[in-house]
Design a protein around this ligand. Structure first.
Ligand code: GAL
Length: 937
């Protein structure tokens, strides 16, 4: 079987499929036909199998090992890599990207030729697709063999990030990548029991993300792979599997050093699935749903279903679609609200045909961002019949909404202008590393939502697909981004190495995977790429990528984030929406560029894809406080090189950035702008500007542990203007500062406030135009309390009191939720606060806190949000940072009961918090968390 397949040239079949209009309330659009890259499947010869699709979660049962046999990676290299002679660590983020190094590869055997065909489905021009070499590579890979004894390897469950365990690399040029070793080869092995009844079916491995340069081996044979660590991909295992027995799957990863400006994570860090289908089946991400006409009375829902025929005989297929309302958990609710039935379409062997249709939903329940709208969704269920028998069923959640980009106002969703109040986030989940966890991501979005955020930029790579499900469910607007570099490099071994071979596949793959998410409003084809600097040559690359985005999705605009390209340069002309990083406010001495872009592009929406890059360490206040509104961090002015902490007065920023206040003013002074995506919502691992000796960033509005910094309330005061709130800083526990000037700053959604120190008024202040904080810069510290009373329209609006704390005396614990799911994935985030004898938070306490867990759960991580901490994230004990420490506890699968988390510390009154872990009502799990798991293998 293998020889036939490998020996024969690819047979690419172009077939015109036909779909007929024959439906209930439906009219069918013309049908497209494509040539498919997938070869005929010898295993599928003969009669098609009749079993419908199965999607099996493959997260259990893996064995893991770091390194190659005998430490020799030579035989497994995807391609020759340039030698890294100069580290990029610590380079300022907006440094000009450099030209790629040229590498001589003559004579070195590499695996690229066997990996490239895995991307063929995403190469539009059949002539440019890659034929698999006739023979297997000349590699005898012991770790891929079925007979290899892996019992000494570590047993792991996915998602798995092996790098988060450290140890931290406390010296050397590793700050940018988080001071954790993410590079070097690693292998994962798993047995696959494939039933004899699977003979004749297609079996695919679907990987949501693998970091990086994955090669997939089946029973010792290299089946394919995917280099880019952030994209999801599919490998057809069918030709190498032996149904009726145990098969051996092995995945090798090989993340390069110096491959990122932040912590990329490592390993099989997202879900992995086994998908089994009949030879005739819906293709990968093969259903596209659009809503070309939407009014309050009716919405037109158009769909396209790509049918792949991997069998050896032509198939005659019909597609039935049913539309259902989804409830808030993503479950189908009630009966179908619309049904359509296609006429027969013929799909030749080895070909793919798109069947298209449309239907009408009466009085549609629209999807839109809260608080003014509701994120309501539908699902389209496509049922494929071959000769009358059901051969596939495929569910696609989607939303009905209109999004208009209005150059004079910004983004208009369902007729309502929605200012973008967005944040950028990298993909790591703090102490959990890059291993995706739905609850950890949900907690992040809940924290953002409570601040008033309504938008997310996936900087700078395709996220875990579940994060987009979450954004759909919670109603965030999303900018989905594919690359941080194109041909020119930012770090020596970043994506630029494979851009020439893979940009088309990676961009098309992201869009095909993600285009049904109602949350996505905009595609970004790149971030601050080096091609901004290369005039027309760079613009040509931008034009190509934007054209691909348009081909894959005609319903959304495409953009690219620009920190250097100016209004009179070629690159901005290639994008539909002008996305500026920092230069809208102004970079260093460069004045704000919004007006220049507005003048040059009056017909394009302009937004701030990165704003602020303000820096701070939670609870660290440094004196004296300069009387500035915004300044770059400098020693003694915002930053302390000795402690590597940045002042929390929230006035300081990266050299090219600005305080939140200054960024707000630049938007308000240019009211046509669509809004902003702040750099960043959360601190992330790596890129610890300005102190590259640290492990994690300082730019988060919220620290790495998920504890809000003061800045959180500045954003809340603007983004939730109707919420009565006031926040005062700093804390008021300053033994040793008696009589010294200790400025007090206040963030409020009111317009005025009065400050009292021990009952004495320090005066009442009103917000000036384009000012967003109230400040009393000459307050003298004395122990006691500060009280602030905020007013709106002359009436009291909110108040807050902060008191001087005594010595740390006790611990207080709080869990984010009291009821958890006993699914082995759900998490509790337990915050422990150190307080004095009277229960007043001790804002500078750094006492060590130890956690123990009783009941059906385990402690998986601890953190304190201190960017300079090199304590292991897995340690059960760690020092508090400015009064707070976090424990993350995971439930045990299948074991319900009471979970008790105890916290103790020397000389402190200990505490405990209890939660209940509940067995899921049905074995299928929570639909929202695993929307389409049929069973677990
Ligand atoms: C930007 C860049 C981001 C990040 C940020 C740091 O220039 O796009 O990825 O590096 O600066 O402030």
């Amino acid at each position: 079987m293998r020889d036939t397949r490998h020996g024969a040239a690819r047979r690419l079949v172009s077939t015109l499929g036909i779909a007929l209009a024959a439906s209930l309330a439906a009219a069918f659009a013309p049908v497209a036909a494509t040539a498919r890259a997938a070869p005929q499947d010898a295993a599928g010869a003969g009669q098609p199998a009749h079993a419908p699709r199965q999607r099996l979660l493959l997260d259990d049962g893996w064995r893991f090992h770091r390194g190659d046999p005998d430490g020799n990676s030579g035989p497994y290299l995807y391609d020759v890599r340039p030698e890294v002679t100069v580290s990029a660590d610590g380079k300022v983020a907006d440094a000009m990207p450099e030209e790629a190094a040229r590498v001589a590869r003559a004579g070195t055997p590499v695996l690229k030729a066997w990996i490239l065909p895995s991307g063929n489905a995403f190469i539009r021009d059949p002539a440019r697709r890659h034929a698999r070499p006739a023979l297997d590579p000349a590699v005898d890979a012991p770790y891929a063999r079925a007979g290899f004894d892996d019992s000494g390897w570590r047993a792991v469950t996915l998602p798995h990030d092996w790098a988060i365990e450290g140890p931290f690399l406390t010296t050397g040029p590793y700050g940018g990548m988080g001071r954790l070793q993410t590079w070097g080869p690693a292998w994962y092995r798993r047995k696959l029991d494939i039933a004899a009844s699977d003979r004749g079916r297609k079996v695919f491995l679907d990987v949501d993300g693998a970091m990086a340069y994955a090669s997939v081996w089946v029973n010792g044979h290299l089946a394919g792979g995917w280099p880019y660590g952030y994209n999801s991909f599919r490998i057809d295992l069918t030709p190498w599997l032996q149904p009726g027995g145990t098969n051996q799957l092995a995945i090798r990863l090989d993340n390069p050093p110096e491959s990122a400006r932040w912590y990329p994570g490592a390993g099989l860090y997202r879900n992995v699935w086994l998908t089994k289908t009949a030879p005739l089946h819906v293709g990968l991400w093969g259903v596209t749903v659009t809503t070309p006409e939407v009014t309050p009375d009716a919405a037109r829902v158009a769909w396209q279903v790509a049918l792949d025929n991997d069998g050896s005989v032509p198939a005659s297929a019909t597609v039935t679609t049913e539309l259902y309302v989804l409830d808030e958990h993503g479950r189908i609710a009630g009966k179908a609200v619309a049904t359509t039935q296609s006429g027969p379409a013929t799909v030749a062997a080895g070909a793919s045909v798109i069947v298209a249709g449309a239907t009408t939903v009466v009085r549609p329940r629209l999807w839109g961002p809260p608080p003014t709208q509701k994120p309501q969704r539908y699902a389209l269920v496509a049922t494929v019949r071959q000769d009358g028998r059901v051969v596939d069923r495929y569910e696609t959640p989607f939303g009905i909404r209109t999004v208009r980009f209005d150059p004079d106002r910004g983004v208009v969703v369902n007729g309502e202008h929605i200012p973008l109040r967005g944040v950028n986030n990298h993909h790591d989940l703090g102490a959990l590393g890059a291993a995706f966890n739905m609850r950890a991501a949900e907690r992040q979005l809940e924290i953002m939502r409570a601040m008033g955020a309504n938008a997310l930029r996936m900087s700078h790579n395709p996220p875990d697909p579940q994060l987009l499900d979450l954004a759909d469910r919670m109603g965030f607007l999303v900018m989905d981004e594919v690359f941080d570099s194109w041909q020119r490099k930012k770090t020596p071994l970043d994506f630029h190495l494979i851009f020439p071979d893979w940009h088309e596949q990676d961009l098309r793959a992201m869009i095909r995977r993600d285009r049904n998410h109602p949350s996505i409003i905009l595609w970004s084809v790149g971030n601050e790429v080096g091609e901004q600097y290369t005039g027309e040559i760079g613009a040509a690359v931008g034009r190509e990528l934007v054209a691909i985005a348009h081909e894959e999705d005609a319903t959304r605009p495409a953009t690219g984030a620009m920190n250097y390209a100016k209004a009179d340069m070629p690159l901005p002309g290639t994008v539909d929406v002008i996305s500026l990083n920092y230069q809208g406010t102004g970079i260093r001495t460069l004045p704000g560029q919004f007006p220049m872009f507005r003048a040059a592009y009056p017909d394009k929406v302009i937004l701030h894809s990165e704003s602020a890059s303000a820096l701070s360490s939670r609870g660290e206040y440094q004196f004296p406080v300069p009387g500035v509104l915004s300044a770059a961090v400098r020693p003694g002015a915002g930053g302390d090189p000795a402690t590597r902490q940045v002042s929390a007065y929230e006035l300081f920023a990266a050299d090219f950035g600005a305080s939140a206040d200054r960024a707000f003013a630049s938007l308000d002074q240019n009211p046509y702008t669509a809004g902003e995506f702040v750099w960043t919502g959360f601190d992330y691992l790596g890129e610890p500007t300005p102190y590259y000796e640290a492990r994690s960033s300082y730019s988060g509005i919220v620290d790495l542990a998920g504890f809000p910094k003061d800045r959180y309330y500045l954003y809340q005061s603007r983004w939730r203007a109707d919420l009565p709130m006031v926040h005062v800083l700093p804390h008021w526990t300053w033994p040793g500062r008696a009589g010294q000037v200790t400025p007090v700053h206040v963030f409020t959604s009111g317009d005025e406030a009065e400050l009292f120190v021990n009952g004495k008024s320090q005066g009442r202040q009103k917000k000036a135009p384009y000012a967003y904080r109230l400040r009393w810069d000459f307050v003298t510290w004395e122990p006691g309390e500060i009280r602030v009373v905020a007013y709106k329209d002359g009436k009291e609006w909110a108040r807050e009191t902060v008191r001087t704390a005594g010595a740390p005396a006790a611990l207080q614990a709080q869990a984010d939720r009291t009821t958890l799911s006993a699914d082995g994935r759900d998490l509790a985030f337990v915050t422990v606060r150190i307080v004095d004898g009277a229960g007043i938070p001790a804002p500078r306490a750094r006492d060590r806190v130890r956690f123990t867990v009783e009941g059906p759960a385990e402690l998986v991580a601890t953190d304190n949000g201190d960017a300079t901490s090199f304590e292991s994230f897995q340690a059960p004990e760690r020092a508090a940072f400015n009064g707070l420490v976090l424990a993350i506890v995971r439930t045990r699968a299948g074991a319900g009961g009471t979970i008790t988390v105890r916290a103790s510390g020397a000389g402190l009154r200990g505490t405990a918090v209890t939660m209940h872990s509940k067995l899921p009502a049905s074995k299928a799990g929570t639909p929202e968390f695993q929307p389409r798991i049929i069973s677990q293998m």
